[in-house]
Design a binder for this molecule. Structure first.
Ligand SMILES: [Fe+2]
Length: 165
């Protein structure tokens, strides 16, 4: 972001997006506890926040800064996820007896490493515009130019891969 307004808009977007996701989760939780009214309201609030987040993106687009600086930050964040954030969450999950969560964050770490490699290759110019990216809908792994028989990260079948339009 190039200025304070852009930064504030980006922060508001992040908060709306996060709140929408959390409200959706809590809507499901209170539904299982039998509170249908509160569940419906939280789902509706979640949807409302998603709409506003999407709308706020239109204003953020006009306030975006230098893509080179953004990409440096993106690489840094992804590197931090690989080396610190995801391994820490994986360990904490093991300590809490949450094996599945630990495995998921181990997979996220592998996927982030691949994102780093793909970003670096694209920034070096070693990939061209005809390159196709297929995304595993289970773990987020990105395959280049072909769909593998099975996802190398989570073993998902070919049908779980989609290409971004
Ligand atoms: Fe996968």
């Amino acid at each position: 972001m190039s200025d304070t307004l852009g930064q504030e808009m980006a922060l508001a977007f992040a908060k709306m997006f996060k709140s929408s996701a959390l409200n959706r989760l809590y809507a499901a939780k209170v539904k299982t506890e039998g509170n249908v009214l509160l569940s419906n309201l939280l789902y509706s609030i979640s949807w409302s926040e998603k709409i506003r987040a999407r709308r706020s993106l239109m204003y953020i687009r006009g306030k975006m800064g230098d893509p080179t600086e953004y990409l440096k930050r993106l690489l840094h964040i992804k590197q931090e996820n690989v080396s610190i954030t995801y391994p820490k969450i994986s360990r904490l999950s093991i300590d809490a007896g949450k094996q599945k969560a630990s495995e998921a964050f181990d997979q996220f770490s592998k996927v982030e490493k691949i994102h780093l490699t793909l970003l670096k290759e694209a920034l070096k110019g070693s990939t061209d515009e005809s390159t196709k990216y297929y995304v595993c809908q289970i773990c987020g792994y990105i395959s280049v130019d072909e769909i593998p028989p099975k996802c190398p990260v989570c073993n998902a079948v070919q049908e779980k891969f989609r290409m971004e339009d």
